[in-house]
Design a binder for this molecule. Structure first.
Ligand code: CUA
Length: 196
């Protein structure tokens, strides 16, 4: 008992110090609450990954960011929406401080769409709210995301990776139109919202 009263945490309550067993109980409770929160958040990540196809871009494809405008897949004339022989569409865009090129792309609803983006400078973000599209656009790599739009409409496409002072103003749009309104699949030219 003598040892107990000399220890500050073991002194009885009247002097205002909380007893050791109360402290231990409170700490245990918080550990359990913290562990439960971690399990809950991890479960959300796993569940949305399975049910909404939310996952990081898994393809590792490299591209030289210093020659994007000169040669290869991301030259200006090849940007925008392209119709593939199988009827699906591929959208190619470049992200750069502080815009996406093109600023608006048009795609048909109910069709397989493959987005291929790369960055000309720093890391940007590619997000289409209410869809499974959410990835980083890293210079030197091609970010490829596949999706299919069930609903028509205008989808806002904000850059969601801080990329500099103009980050908040970096937006593009994806316009999803009915399949019947989509331009001639035989069109050889790349399309954006302005050319359709
Ligand atoms: Cu681009 Cu933020």
């Amino acid at each position: 008992m003598a040892e107990q009263s000399s220890h500050p945490l073991r002194r009885p309550l009247p002097d205002g110090i909380v007893p050791e067993d109360v402290v231990a109980r409170t700490e245990n409770r918080w550990v359990i609450i913290m562990a439960a929160m971690l399990v809950f958040m991890l479960a959300i990540v796993v569940l949305t990954g399975i049910t909404d196809s939310m996952h990081p871009s898994s393809n590792v494809e490299v591209v030289d960011p210093t020659t994007l405008h000169l040669q290869g897949e991301f030259v200006e004339s090849n940007l925008g929406t392209a119709v593939e022989p199988d009827g699906s569409v591929t959208v190619r865009m470049i992200a750069e401080q502080y815009e996406f090129v093109p600023r608006c792309v048009q795609v048909p609803a109910g069709t397989a769409v493959t987005f291929r983006l790369t960055s000309a400078d720093v890391v940007h973000g590619f997000l289409l709210p209410d869809t499974n599209v959410n990835t980083m656009v890293v210079p030197g790599f091609v970010a490829e995301v596949r999706t299919r739009f069930a609903k028509e409409g205008e989808y806002a496409m904000p850059c969601h990776e801080f990329c500099g002072l103009g980050h908040h103003a970096m937006w593009a749009h994806v316009r999803v139109v009915p399949k019947s309104q989509f331009a001639d699949p035989a069109a050889a030219e790349r399309m954006n919202c302005a050319t359709q």
